[in-house]
Design a protein. Sequence first.
Lengths: 156, 727
Amino acid sequence: MTGFSINGKRVDLDVDPSTPLLWVIREQLGLTGTKYGCGMAQCGACTLHINGEAVRSCVAPVSRAEGKAITTIEGLSPDLSNPLQRAWLEEDVPQCGYCQSGQLMSAAVLLRDKPKPSDEDIDEAMTGNICRCGTYPRIRRAIHRAAEMVAKGGAR
Amino acid sequence: MIRRKINQEHPGPGMERRDFLKASIAASGGLLIGFHFPGITALASAQQSSPNTFMPNAFVRIGTDERVTVIVNHSEMGQGVYTSLPMLLAEELDADWTKVGFEPAPVDPKYNHPAFGMQMTGGSSSVWSGLEQFRQAGATARAMLIAAAAQQWNVDASACRTESGAVLDGSNQKLTYGHLAAAAAKLTPPEHVQLKDPKTFKLIGKPIKRLDTPAKLNGKAEFGIDVKLPGMLTAVIARPPIFGAKMKTFDDARARSMPGVRKIVAIPAGVAVVADTFWQAKVARDALRIEWDEGSMQTFDTGKMMQDFRERAKSPGSSVRKDGDVESAFASAAKKIEAVYEVPYLSHLMMEPLNCTVDLRADSCEVWTGSQFQTVDRANAAKIAGLPPEKVQLHTTFLGGGFGRRANPQSDFVVEAVHVAKAAGVPVKVIWAREDDMAGGWYRPAFLHAIEGGVDASGNAVSWRSRLVGQSIMAGTPFAAAMMKGKAYDPASVEGVDDLPYAIPNIAVESHQAEVNVPVQWLRSVGHSHTAFAVECFVDELAALAQKDPYQFRRALLQKQPRHLGVLDLAAQKAGWDKPLPKGVGRGIAVHFAFGSYSAHVAEVSVTDGRVRVHRMVCAIDCGEYVNPGIIAAQTEGGAIFGASAALFQELTFESGRLQQTNFHTFPVLRMNECPEIETHIVENHEKSGGIGEPGVPCAAPAIANAIFAVTGKRIRRLPIRMTEAV
């Protein structure tokens, strides 16, 4: 049995401990917002948080989550109220949208650690997340905008 | 009538519209369906509808809850059709935009592409082909809502007006569309409706936010890979390692005993492992031992293939265009130059790998997938299912990128899933691992352009001859018969060079069609993805030969091409073409016409220790009258990045028949830290609408390559760019 909490809910699962966390949360737990893109931590579509750190869940065995707290895109906010989601809406960021869960989850860690990120900080934090549609310029703008919202006292 | 109209809309020399149109006539057996809404009654039970729901035509449904649902017959793959097409309808309807939603259309001839005669998304055509269709649908609904209100108030319809989801009369009495839905549903649609004067538009032309964004920020948007059915299993397929290889035998002893594995079965595509979960299926698939008859492609090598292409380019090909006398003009030119440009096979590499879910029953079949080719996919699924197409329901999900790959002429990813479902006897989702997707073929073909040209003593271009060698994209597609009829070449191979816009008195374009057993397909911007590179780099080489500024050299040759000139000037001006740059940075320019739109890019590039860095791209786009400038900017930026990724990094190569690239580490995509600043400037005019999904791609590679020349004096003649190969 593997047990962890996901988006605040405790789950216990009987699953091969070597199974990548990505597939456990997509198939067993039905949380499909986290995406499969490469299976080798190259594209970042599967990014989620384990105890607050951005992790590529396609290469993280489910055993790594044992006893930890996982947050997925579904747990970022109940109502699109996270400043990043609001900024993404204002900048109209997504095109196909497939990579955006991972982009948001990477950006969330960046913004927590660096509330006023520079362009270099954004490069560093976001370079592991590929967007084939080419939304990078809007993602960059949205991260700066979210940082401004937070600075002005927007809810976190 | 539609045909004439489309031709009028796109009088440009590009082949794609005209030929697609002819093609569609052939593909649909002479049937070309133009929509006229009056007479189209509410959809049958496939769409949930109650007697009180107002559905005056196939494209809109208004409920008593005020919701306006626009049914969209094109697939949303990031290009914004779930917003731009509803905008057209909502504009004429005078809907309250906050109440407007979208729904993917089921597969039905009612939803055929008005120009191409089948239900599909491609050719950067959704908006221009839907302009009339969606506006008419909205206007018809509006007229009926007005009629219903007028009846209720016992006034003349002409005394009523509409505003934000309601009908008002002269005294500002007001009835909302939701209130009127039931009464309007009982009326007969009018024969003719008046469309709005564009001056009164409230939505069209505005940067309206996309309707699909919220669902893409909280994990709710359902892509094909997210589909889940009760009792569904997941399959991963072992496909041949070499194109054309056939399976001899397979040993599944180990795989069969692995946890979760339910069935292992040979299908035409390979060997399918069906398991409870993807990971179980993939691990077991990787444990299969398969012996293949490797066939004739086991010696295939892309290096050798390009050598063959170079040899073929030495002899004349099929004539595509011949103006004047190229040979004697070239012979007598004061200065001349020859150059060979090469581009590799490319993978579409959508972020969402291919997948398809099938629930096959005795007398029905349901398919869920991100399709760009609904009519074809449904027909192909029906053949395997042994059912008439009407018994197959295809549900179009969100597409995690398409770029053409999900419009496969053989429906490869759908057909194999039906085979697997047939063998499994339960609903099955087939998922391609990234490596499977990349090795699965249907690439942008590799191409070679051998170009020679000359200038006279005053530096005027006097001759241009392009010889192209590469595989046909259209051969084997539903468009082949019509597009290639009577031609010894594939128009899609030469689009973008056959219509060379420069005023050069002697021009020849010749095509060699290569026969290679690598499956190829349209990839975002199709032939333009390589012709613009070769053409715009060679124009730059001619400018250097003539010792002229590359922007001014193009200007002089485009005096009779006002829209080319318009984007060229706009890009140059916004980029500050004549302003100095920091040391070590060079500027390159390119201009191109494709899919009914004109595009120009200026790139600013530096090269350090052989590493190319694109700092800034200034894009100008003229797509005529436009619907949503926010989406146009997004597509233009995204197109530039797509083109830059190919230019800087991407190449598929084969050795001994085996693909050498497997995943993002060997077939890279431009990343955030490599992304230039990009700005988009839209030309304002009242020309007919052109496409926007693809025109942003072609100029990126030549603008970057020309900037490299500006800063290093070295020419790039092969993609992806490697400074070690620069000449």
